[in-house]
Design a protein around this ligand. Sequence first.
Ligand SMILES: Cc1cc2nc3c(=O)[nH]c(=O)nc-3n(C[C@H](O)[C@H](O)[C@H](O)COP(=O)(O)O)c2cc1C
Length: 318
Amino acid sequence: MKPFSTALTDLFNIQVPIIQAGMIWVSGWKLAAAVSRAGGLGLIGAGSMRPEVLDLHLTRMKDNCDRPFGVNLPVFNPYAEALAEVCLRHEVKIIFSSAGSPKRFTPMFKRAGARVVHVVPSVALAKKVEAAGCDAVVAEGTEAGGHNGFEEITSINLWPSVVDAVRIPVIAAGGIVDGRSMAAAMALGAAGVQVGTRFAATPESSANAGYKDAIVRAGEADVKLYLRRFMPTRTWVNPYVKRTIDAEQRGATREELDELRGSGRARQGIFEGDQEEGELEMGLAASRVEKILGAEQVVREMVDEFWHTIGKLVKNSG
Ligand SMILES: Cc1cc2nc3c(=O)[nH]c(=O)nc-3n(C[C@H](O)[C@H](O)[C@H](O)COP(=O)(O)O)c2cc1C
C-alpha cells in the first residue's frame, strides 16, 4: 500500500487517513483492531456499551493491537461520564466525541494528554469545535448512517464549507465507501475520511448477519432519514420505519412517536438483525456496498482505488 502523509496521519501516527467510524452495536474491539492493524484508525463505539463492557473491550484491544486506536463517546449518552472515566483509566489517547457539546469532555481529555476530535453536521458547530480546543473535526453530511443533524446539509456542500471555516484538520464523513469517494472528499480539502456503513458490513463488525445482509441488499431508494423533527436518523426502510414516517407525515407529536418507537429498536435491528421491526441504521452509500469484505481488504482497496483515481485525474487533465 502506498503510504500517505496528511495532517491526519501525522496527528494520529497512522499510515493511511482512514478512520473507521464509531458505531453502536457494530464497532467493538475486533473491528477497531482490524482497521488499526491495516494502517487506519479503528474506533471502539462506546455508545451502546455499559462502562464495564467498554472496560472489557479496551482490555482486549490493548492485548490484540499495538497500533493507535480511539474511542467514540456520544456526549448525550446516559453513561457518558462513567464511560469517559473508563477511557481515562485505560489512558485512551484518541477520543472522538459526538452528539452534544464539544465543551463537555474536551478539556478533561486534553489535560490527560489525549487527542480530541468532535463530530458535526454544520459549519456553525465546526467553529465551536475549534473554539473548544479540539485537534480535528469530523464534518458529517446528511448521507451518513445513524443519527444526523437537523440541518440536512449534504456532504459535497458541508466538507469544503467546513474546510474554509476552520484551521484544524477536517475529516470528511457521510457517503464514503471506496477510493473514488475518498478522493472526492480529499479534493474538497479534507485531511482524511471517516467511514461507517462500509465497515459495518465486514466479518469483524459485531452487527448481526441480518443487518449486514440488509446493507448488501439495500438499493438506492431503501435508506431514508426519519424522525426528522426530533432525532433525525438515517436507516433502512422496513415496515416499522414506514409506519413511523407515515405517522410523522400525519403530524404525530413527539410523545406519539416515542410510543410508536418504544425502546431498543437499534439493538433489535443492528445487533439482533430484525429486518422488519428493528432500526437498521445505515447510510445512503449502503446502495454501493455489494459484498461483505474483510476490514483489511476494505482499507487496502480504498487506498489502491484512491491512488488510481488521482492518477487518472492527472492523466485526463494533461
Ligand atoms: C450502525 C451505525 C451506528 C452509528 N453509531 C454512531 C455512534 O454511536 N456515534 C457516532 O458518533 N456516530 C455513529 N454513527 C455515524 C458514524 O460514526 C459515521 O459518521 C457515519 O456512519 C459516516 O457515514 P457513512 O455511514 O456514510 O460512512 C453510526 C452509523 C451507523 C451506520
